[in-house]
Design a binder for this molecule. Structure first.
Ligand code: FPP
Length: 271
């Protein structure tokens, strides 16, 4: 029997979607977008052309994820290391690209009921970029569908440092350090991602096998899907391929079989 396919999927996407178990879609997908520079180099184009083409990939991936009902999608757009180690001209171009993306995309985000969020040390970004970011977040804050989180000036180690500092600070303000109690839940509650479930699936494009300082705490039990596709060529159909692969895996969370997964699931689901 043919299952109803969400509106807006193209033929190839619909074909893969038909074979997915819709009761077991990942609740949160995180993506390390990589390979823009290589894509451009292969075409004898400047690196920035790869970033520009990467925006089309972002658009397609976000729309498909929202259409199939993924509750949360997090994109690693810009690491703290990118910001500090790339030439000024490339960083400036990426900032401009982000601002143009936010301005152009808000109507589409609203049409797809997508709420925009950010993780990373926002206060270190240029004021004009921070203003655009706050505007776009505000303009989508009423949406109730997918949460799209952009990691900008993000580093997982910095996030952990900020979380520990925030834990100590909160204790100092609430009865003193004698009351400081640290456990896993307390750390999770002080991460930038405190309102998101941990990702079930992390996708990395361009064949690299690294986490590159991305969501190190939150990815503890995530399934890792690496595709050779370079980010500018990535589309919704590739996301669906990743989800199909994810559904073939058996998740054990350090236990033995399915039962362990159910136990973990009921423990970690948040309202
Ligand atoms: C990695 O490719 C990509 C980046 C550092 C930037 C990602 C930015 C975009 C996809 C476009 C803008 C994003 C938004 C959300 C508007 P790389 O340059 O490291 O590629 P390489 O490893 O081949 O050199």
């Amino acid at each position: 029997m043919q299952r109803t396919v969400p509106a807006g999927l193209d033929r190839k996407e619909a074909e893969i979607y038909q074979h997915l178990d819709t009761a077991r879609l990942p609740r949160h997908i995180a993506i390390i977008m990589d390979g823009n520079g290589r894509w451009a180099k292969r075409r004898h184009l400047p690196r920035i052309a790869g970033h520009r083409a990467g925006v089309t990939a972002v658009r397609s991936t976000v729309e498909t994820a929202a259409r199939i009902g993924i509750p949360a999608l997090t994109l690693y757009a810009f690491s703290e290391e990118n910001w500090k180690k790339r030439p000024r001209s490339e960083v400036d171009f990426l900032m401009g690209l982000l601002c143009r993306y936010l301005k152009a995309e808000v109507p589409t985000l609203n049409k797809n009921n997508i709420r925009l969020e950010y993780i990373g040390r926002q206060h270190e970004l240029p004021d004009s970029v921070q203003e655009k970011m706050q505007w776009a977040r505000g303009a989508t804050s009423h949406n109730t569908g997918m949460t799209l989180t952009l990691a900008l000036n993000y580093s997982a180690r910095s996030e952990l440092v900020d979380a520990f500092a925030s834990l100590v600070d909160a204790a100092a303000r609430n009865g003193g350090l004698n009351h400081l109690k640290i456990d896993e839940d307390a750390v999770s509650r002080h991460l930038y991602t405190r309102d998101l479930p941990d990702p079930d699936l992390v996708v990395r494009t361009s064949g690299e096998m690294r986490l590159s300082n991305f969501l190190l705490w939150q990815l503890a039990y995530a399934e890792i899907y690496v595709t050779p596709t370079l980010w500018p060529e990535f589309r919704g159909v590739h996301l669906l391929e990743g989800i199909a692969e994810y559904q073939k895996r058996e998740r054990r969370y350090g236990g033995l079989a399915e039962e362990a997964a159910h136990a973990h699931h009921s423990k970690t689901v948040r309202s």
